[in-house]
Write a protein that binds this ligand. Structure first.
Ligand SMILES: C[S@@+](CC[C@H](N)C(=O)[O-])C[C@H]1O[C@@H](n2cnc3c(N)ncnc32)[C@H](O)[C@@H]1O
Length: 196
């Protein structure tokens, strides 16, 4: 998976990493920033997805498609497709460009809209990466957990860098009897939940 990342994917990853780094340095407004995961989180997500059971692969919060590229690597390895949701039209345009330039359009369904309007219609989710506004985490969590297949994973970003805001959800998840959960100290902190 990581040994043979195709050149178009690698090039788009490098380009987005560079834009994201600039965003953080030059005070770009929050809504315009890519706010993407660091590469080590991408590798972690791809490894987790590669070992997940059969079922839908979902991402909530596409931005420009950087984390989606890591998820696509694992989808390619297991002949699956990613469905990723984004609300902002400017980010949708960037993500479309990403998937075209990286030549992975056949592996991704990009949906413009609030993921909460679509999650209720989904069935048998094997893997969900949650990386949206913190205000919607709890609601997305409650929509995704019942839809996870046995052994399916929900991974939520920002469990450490936004710990205070997310504390009620973290407390709830860590004692939720439907899942096994832990916080993994990688990148911005990943809440990993596995359906029992
Ligand atoms: C932190 S960024 C995602 C970064 C991306 N996962 C990456 O690492 O490359 C969060 C994104 O979620 C989007 N978003 C926020 N709430 C959403 C919702 N309810 N449904 C879909 N997208 C949402 C925002 O517009 C923003 O672009």
């Amino acid at each position: 998976m990581f040994q043979s990342i195709r050149r178009p994917i690698q090039e788009r990853m490098r380009c987005l990493e560079s834009i994201d780094q600039q965003d953080r340095l030059n005070g770009t407004q929050r809504l315009q920033r890519l706010r993407q995961i660091p590469p080590e989180t991408g590798r972690f997500l791809a490894l987790m997805l590669a070992g997940s059971p059969e079922g839908e692969v979902v991402e909530i919060g596409t931005s420009a498609g950087y984390s989606a590229l890591w998820l696509v690597l694992a989808c390619e390895a297991s002949q699956r497709k990613l469905t990723t949701f984004e609300v902002l039209p400017e980010k949708i345009a960037l993500a479309r460009e990403t998937f075209k330039m990286a030549e992975v359009e056949n592996r991704v369904t990009l949906i413009q809209g609030d993921a909460r309007h679509y999650l209720s219609k989904m069935e048998k989710i094997a893997f969900c990466f949650l990386d949206a506004e913190k205000e919607v985490y709890q609601e997305c969590y409650e929509m995704v957990i019942p839809k996870l297949v046995k052994g399916g994973l929900l991974i939520a970003d920002n469990a450490i860098n936004h710990q205070k805001t997310l504390q009620p959800l973290l407390d709830w998840a860590l004692s939720d009897e439907r899942i096994d959960a832990m916080i993994v100290p990688i990148g911005k902190g990943e809440l990993v939940c596995r359906k029992i």
